[in-house]
Design a protein around this ligand. Sequence first.
Ligand SMILES: Nc1ncnc2c1ncn2[C@@H]1O[C@H](COP(=O)(O)OP(=O)(O)OP(=O)(O)O)[C@@H](O)[C@H]1O
Ligand SMILES: O=C(O)C1=C[C@@H](O)[C@@H](O)[C@H](O)C1
Ligand SMILES: [Mg+2]
Length: 172
Amino acid sequence: MRNLILVGPMGAGKSTIGRLLAKELRLPFKDSDKEIELRTGANIPWIFDKEGEPGFRDREQAMIAELCACDGVVLATGGGAVMREANRRALHAGGRVVYLHASVEQQVGRTSRDRNRPLLRTADPAKTLRDLLAIRDPLYREIADLVVETDERPPRMVVLDILQRLQQLPPR
Ligand SMILES: Nc1ncnc2c1ncn2[C@@H]1O[C@H](COP(=O)(O)OP(=O)(O)OP(=O)(O)O)[C@@H](O)[C@H]1O
Ligand SMILES: O=C(O)C1=C[C@@H](O)[C@@H](O)[C@H](O)C1
Ligand SMILES: [Mg+2]
């Protein structure tokens, strides 16, 4: 395995599970969204505001390429990283890919408290999440080595499931 890469929608728990996995595996943890913010010196809502979604996606593509070239890191990606084919290729080649699945209901519950996801500043965030998942679910699956359910399961249990199932994967 080169890297361990988490993909999935907003609120699936990529950042939360990624941090725990890295601790368990004693590997460095990188969160693409956080790295973009550090590099830009601005938060994601600001980038969307000033540069629009295409500006953010360009920054994201550059960051995904950079992070996928690492060796031995746990990487949490942004929910929309799979929208670009170049990212899907880089992620698949960058290591084992785990799709953290969450139902729209759980995503709504987990994202309703904070305001730093510009795509959810809509009149009906549940509909937005449903529409995004319809487009993205096949793309997450296309590059995933594992699909892991996160509904009704605390982060620790999700981490244990991932660690167990990673051991059972045949070599690529
Ligand atoms: N398995 C889980 N059960 C309950 N709550 C969870 C679970 N995983 C994550 N959470 C909570 O859901 C919220 C969102 O999680 P997190 O930020 O890790 O999602 P994300 O996939 O990184 O989202 P984004 O794509 O927006 O970065 C956090 O408050 C986190 O504590
Ligand atoms: O699902 C998405 O498109 C996004 C998810 C977040 O992780 C951030 O990357 C950003 O808010 C966009
Ligand atoms: Mg995150």
